[in-house]
Design a protein around this ligand. Structure first.
Ligand SMILES: *Cc1c(COP(=O)(O)O)cnc(C)c1O
Length: 457
């Protein structure tokens, strides 16, 4: 298993060829299959003697890969698509081959240095302090949880033991991502979801009213205010400055979830909408969403990483050699900043792509998504049968097809996928079934959008 012989060389060439071809082609959209179908088509794959690499690769290429929808297809506009650059994907192969343990500086210092360069770029976009830092985790869900664990740690620390057995409470909004509620469940924490305004934004008056109506004993339990820059369903940005004010008045942590929309910080045309983000105690953004990195990659940043380190560092006899002792005070151990220990250097594909193309290319690519989105909104506005639900703030467009029932939306969506044309699923807005497209792929053109809109007549 661990020798490189002639047959392994053949397999090597086949795998590298497959990967390179996959990066270069426009992938077929593909569609899901049932487990029974896959069982029948793939046959038994895990056997005593093994299939051999070429046969396993054939099963993957012919049976399994086509049962996965290509999230990087230019007309995959559901959820939040993905559009990794060629450099980032190819470098992911290098990261895999190098198998670096990137949990500690001692073992992965070179990789961690590069990851930190990429984190610094994001911290600078957000205007976070020079001391800011953090770690790349698997996704926004893991990032939000880890940030809130640090927030709770600080609240309890400051209370000097008084709240060590008290259930905490966070203030978020109705537009917050489901992962915030999930973090609260994991942490046994209560959540007050402030009513959003008509476009789904956390608004200063609603926030202040929610705080004012808290009972005194609940107000003591608040340890964080969570705002979103780029809600997943509507792509709108909360009033971050007001949320920062309220967090400061309460003396609690301010967390900003930019898993999807944080990328917009790179775009001058919308940068002003993020006013107040520079006051965040923690901030997340997923490069696997709108910053052109492959799965799975979330940047988690803290204004004061020492709090996160105190909250997250794991101690064990065999680990303590890694921690700051004589001469190692500056060691940056990524494991210490989130709820994890072993980790791959998952920030490296993003770093490599930034290093390759430069930050100007990122600015332009994010702006281009915004331009295509604005054009899409214009096409919808000018159409007789479609209706815009709100002007897009970032790269999500919500709209309705006049007169359609939920079943009609569903049927249209399924037909578009079955035909290999597009993947656009309905969503709900204020209780109504509507359509939503999310543009993050620089290969998505106005013509792609027009094709989809024209099919809605
Ligand atoms: C996608 C998203 C998340 C969750 O991120 P994952 O990487 O899917 O875990 C959290 N918050 C927001 C606003 C998102 O759009």
């Amino acid at each position: 298993m661990h020798q490189h012989d002639a047959s392994m060389e053949v397999l090597t060439q086949a795998i590298v060829r497959y990967a390179v071809d996959r990066v270069r082609m426009e992938p077929p959209l593909d569609a899901p299959r049932t487990p029974a179908e896959l069982k029948a088509m793939a046959g038994r794959t895990v056997t005593e003697r093994g299939l051999g690499g070429l046969e396993a690769l054939r099963v993957f290429g012919e049976v399994l890969a086509p049962a996965c929808i290509s999230a990087d297809h230019p007309r995959f506009l559901s959820f939040v698509p993905t559009a990794p650059t060629e450099a980032s994907i190819l470098f992911d192969l290098v990261v895999g081959a190098s198998n670096i343990y990137a949990g500690s500086w001692m073992e992965g210092g070179g990789a961690v240095f590069a990851e930190n360069e990429a984190l610094r770029y994001l911290a600078d976009l957000a205007g976070m302090p020079a001391a800011a830092g953090g770690v790349f985790v698997s996704g926004g869900t893991a990032g939000n949880l880890s940030a809130l664990i640090a927030a709770r740690w600080r609240w309890r620390q400051r209370a000097g033991g008084r709240f060590d057995r008290t259930r905490g409470l966070i203030i978020s909004s109705k537009g917050a991502h489901s992962s915030i509620a999930q973090a609260c469940r994991a942490m046994d924490t209560d959540e007050v979801q402030v009513t959003s305004d008509s476009e789904g934004r956390l608004h200063v008056e609603n926030l202040r009213e929610a705080v004012a109506t808290l009972a005194p004993e609940d107000r003591e339990r608040v340890f964080a205010v969570v705002a979103t820059c780029g809600t997943t369903n509507a792509g709108v940005i909360d009033d971050l400055d007001a949320a920062a004010d309220v967090a400061a008045e309460l003396g609690v942590w301010f967390h900003v979830d930019g898993a999807y929309g944080g990328a917009g910080l790179a775009a001058p045309s919308v940068r002003a909408h993020y006013h107040g983000i520079e006051r965040a105690d923690s901030f997340i953004v997923d490069p696997h969403k709108w910053l052109f990195a492959p799965f799975d990659c979330c940047a988690l940043l803290y204004a004061d990483p020492s709090v996160a380190r105190a909250a997250h560092t794991q101690h064990a006899e065999y680990l303590d050699v890694l921690h700051a002792d004589e001469g190692h005070e500056e060691d940056w151990n990524p494991s210490d900043f989130a709820h994890h220990l072993s980790r791959r250097a998952r920030g490296l594909p993003f770093w490599f792509s930034l290093a390759t193309y430069g930050t100007g290319a990122y600015r332009d690519a994010v702006e281009q998504s915004l331009t295509v989105t604005r054009e899409a909104a214009r096409l919808i506005r000018e159409s007789d049968h479609l209706e815009l639900i709100m002007e897009p703030e970032l790269s999500v467009v919500l709209f309705r097809r006049r007169g359609w029932t939920p079943a009609q939306y569903q049927q249209w969506s399924e037909e578009m996928l079955a035909a290999g044309t597009a993947f656009v699923v309905p969503t709900a807005w204020a209780g109504e079934t509507v359509l939503r497209i999310c543009v993050v792929n620089p290969r998505t053109t106005v013509d792609d959008v027009r094709l989809i809109l024209d099919s809605l007549t």
